[in-house]
Design a protein around this ligand. Structure first.
Ligand code: FES
Length: 103
């Protein structure tokens, strides 16, 4: 199935240096608001399938709430133990105050 753009949320729905998670096309997606802009990744940690909702976002990095593994929100790259597998990332666009994600 080809990926499609989804109208995910309003830009105002995600606080600065925070994230929200939601289901889009059957996938759990995390949307981040950072000083560098908005980014989207898979919303479940690659370590033990924990939701990243409630994790800490700082300097473009999400810290998993369960074991504090860290990922780059821009690239999905796993940055610190215990996570070793990168997060999937999704294309994202901001249009007229709405956040669109390609899933
Ligand atoms: Fe995320 Fe363990 S479940 S670091």
């Amino acid at each position: 199935m080809t990926n499609q753009w989804h109208d995910a949320c309003a830009t105002d729905d995600v606080d600065d240096e925070d994230l929200i998670t939601m289901k889009l096309a059957g996938q759990t997606v995390a949307i981040y608001n950072t000083p560098e802009g908005f980014f989207a990744t898979a919303g479940m940690c690659t370590h033990e399938d924990e939701s990243l909702d409630g994790g800490l976002v700082m300097d473009g990095v999400i810290e998993c709430p369960l074991h504090q593994g860290r990922f780059c929100v821009r690239t999905g790259k796993a940055l610190s133990a215990p996570v070793v597998e990168n997060l999937k990332t999704y294309e994202l666009q901001v249009r007229d105050g709405r956040v669109w994600v390609k899933v």
